[in-house]
Design a protein around this ligand. Structure first.
Ligand code: HEM
Length: 408
């Protein structure tokens, strides 16, 4: 292991992701330094530990994700880099999000949420409604002739699906969309709102909704989650607020970016678009998620001295699970740099490497991706790009703000 491999590069730099995902650097690390020390300047980051280990290989990402002990999501949270020093209190607050909890609390809260709204049956019942919505979204974009694919097509279905899952009133959706953008795009100059204010506004909104249902049950998902005598247990008002917060961020940005990168991948590989239009393979959604890997990396913190791939990791050190690198690991994927919607098997880690925190919305996301591309194939099969994507400036997300396209 040598820290000169990438010459002091920071793989969590927002400026880097505003340009590209560093796929070549990831390939170099997998070959020469699969567990690599990424120094972080404490002045630019919220962590004052000097940096973290980058895990670039699929096997190592999976091993840490699936380990039952030895790693914590709560200690430093899951986000590898916040730009600037957001302060210890902000990191402490992160622990209220499911993503950043450890057992036994994580197991309890996840159980309530899974039973409350993510059972296979609950997700399946959304399908017909979402198919109709996908057709409506594509028809409306088509009527405009051309526009920004991210706003017109990629962001709407995830937002509407989320509204179905949680039960947000239709009239509140634009508000929720703005809060979600401002929370996640905080390092991007195009987003002017303060992320802390947006998070606070969304939380206040969610608390009020939880209180309302507790006082006046409606037999919906929110009521099930907050009612103390619910058979599945209940979330406290605070837990419910943070549940809405994580769903809003985790369910919107990720799926929106998977859909946008999927469209760009179809533009770059027109034979795959022809294949999709003709056969609509069920394997397409997973290949789109592998190819896009919207979440570049999350992190865990070692709770004991350990070793990965021959590298000693000290208790308290952080490791970055680089899903974007693992998803191009030539030891696992044949032709990893080929976009192949028929790829099967496809053991990608775009939804996480398995284990306790594996994406709770994975099946919903697959459904949304399939439905929107089916609607595009039905109604706008000749969709074409009119300019390059404009990327989001966030140090751990593969995001796109603008993808100019002609719909017909
Ligand atoms: C293509 C779309 C999506 C991608 C790429 C994605 C990716 C991820 C990843 C990488 C994780 C962390 C896994 C880990 O730490 O092991 C995660 C967790 C999570 N995701 Fe997703 N996600 C997507 C869609 C969704 C949707 C649609 C929802 C909900 C509506 C959702 C809700 C969550 C939640 C609540 C967690 C935290 C689970 C836990 O900590 O127990 N995600 N997701």
């Amino acid at each position: 292991m040598t820290d000169t491999v990438l010459d002091g590069m920071d793989l969590t730099s927002p400026d880097l992701y505003a340009e590209r995902v560093p796929l070549e650097e990831f390939a170099l690390l997998r070959r020469t330094a699969p567990v690599w020390w990424n120094a972080q300047n404490p002045q630019d980051h919220s962590f004052d530990d000097g940096g973290f280990w980058v895990l670039s290989r699929h096997a190592d990402v999976k091993a840490v994700s699936c380990a039952r002990e030895g790693w914590s999501a709560a200690e430093n949270g899951s986000i590898v880099a916040f730009e600037g020093n957001i302060g210890k209190e902000a990191i402490d607050l992160q622990r209220l999000l499911l993503l950043n909890m450890d057992p036994p609390h994580h197991t309890e809260v996840r159980g309530v949420i899974s039973k409350g709204c993510f059972t296979p049956r609950a997700i399946a019942t959304l399908e017909d409604g979402l198919r109709e919505r996908a057709h409506r979204i594509v028809s409306e974009a088509l009527a405009k002739g051309q526009g920004n694919f991210v706003v017109d097509m990629a962001s709407e279905l995830p937002l509407q699906a989320l509204s179905d899952v949680v039960g947000f009133p239709v009239e509140d959706r634009a508000k929720i969309f703005d809060w979600s953008n401002q929370m996640i795009g905080s390092t991007d100059p195009d987003f002017v709102g303060d992320p802390q204010v947006s998070a606070a506004e969304l939380l206040t909104y969610a608390y009020a909704m939880g209180e309302e249902r507790r006082a006046c049950p409606m037999g919906d998902v929110v009521t099930r989650l907050v009612q103390a005598d619910s058979p599945d247990g209940a979330l406290s008002p605070e837990e419910f607020g943070y549940f809405v917060l994580i769903l809003t961020v985790a369910g919107n940005e990720t799926t929106r970016n998977a859909i946008t990168h999927g469209m760009q991948a179809f533009f770059d590989h027109p034979e795959q678009w022809e294949h999709f239009k003709a056969e609509r393979p069920a394997t397409a959604a997973d290949e789109i998620v592998r190819w896009a890997t919207p979440v570049v990396a999350f992190q865990r913190t070692a709770t004991q001295d350990t070793e990965i791939g021959g590298q000693a990791i000290a208790k308290g050190q952080r490791v970055g699970l680089f899903y974007a690198s693992a998803n191009r690991d030539e030891a696992v994927f044949t032709g990893p740099d080929r976009f192949d919607i028929g790829r099967d098997p496809n053991p990608h880690v775009g939804f996480g490497g398995g284990g306790a925190h594996f994406c709770i919305g994975a099946n919903l996301a697959r459904m949304e991706i399939n439905l929107i591309f089916e609607a595009i194939a039905d109604l706008a099969p000749d969709i074409s790009p009119v300019g390059p994507p404009d990327r989001l400036r966030v140090g751990w997300l593969n995001g796109v703000k603008d993808l100019p396209v002609r719909y017909a």
